[in-house]
Design a protein around this ligand. Structure first.
Ligand SMILES: [Zn+2]
Length: 150
């Protein structure tokens, strides 16, 4: 039986991307724990691969999967995965019971949602836009933007 860890380390682009998306969407400790244990190895090995990508870089998605694993390891809520990735459809997340949509703007291509994490209650402002495909930008409320740092 092959595991997601095998996929991550396979150096095969389609298998790595399969593992990336499974990791990003999974909330199953049995799936995630072995990956967290191998996180240092994953970071070393998996990031050597050029994964291509037409509109957005697949390597950025891989990086997001590794960040998600670190967040899981550190005990952050599942909803920490939403910001920084444009592929989380709030309606799908609501169907899965992961968020509650509190309100929306007038429906359209360009619209906004207010969603609340059903686990920790974190509220997000979600902007929907369309550029090659529909995307969603999740911004957690109460997070202060740091300007002029660095
Ligand atoms: Zn949460």
């Amino acid at each position: 039986m092959t595991t997601l860890l095998d996929d991550f380390l396979s150096h095969d682009r389609s298998r790595v991307m399969h593992a990336v998306w499974e990791t990003i969407h999974s909330r199953d400790p049995e799936t995630l724990d072995p990956l967290v244990a191998a996180l240092p190895q994953l970071t070393r090995e998996a990031t050597r691969l050029d994964l291509g990508g037409v509109v957005y870089s697949n390597n950025a998605n891989l990086e997001h999967a590794l960040v998600k694993l670190a967040q899981y390891r550190d005990g952050k809520c599942w909803c920490a995965v939403y910001p920084g990735l444009l592929t989380h459809d709030p309606r799908k997340e609501e169907t899965h019971g992961r968020i509650r949509i509190l309100s929306t703007s007038e429906p359209g291509w360009s619209m906004t949602y207010v969603g609340e994490c059903t686990v920790c209650g974190q509220v997000f402002d979600i902007e929907q836009g369309d550029h090659h495909f529909t995307w969603w930008n999740w911004v957690p409320r109460g997070l202060k933007r740091r300007r002029g740092e660095g």
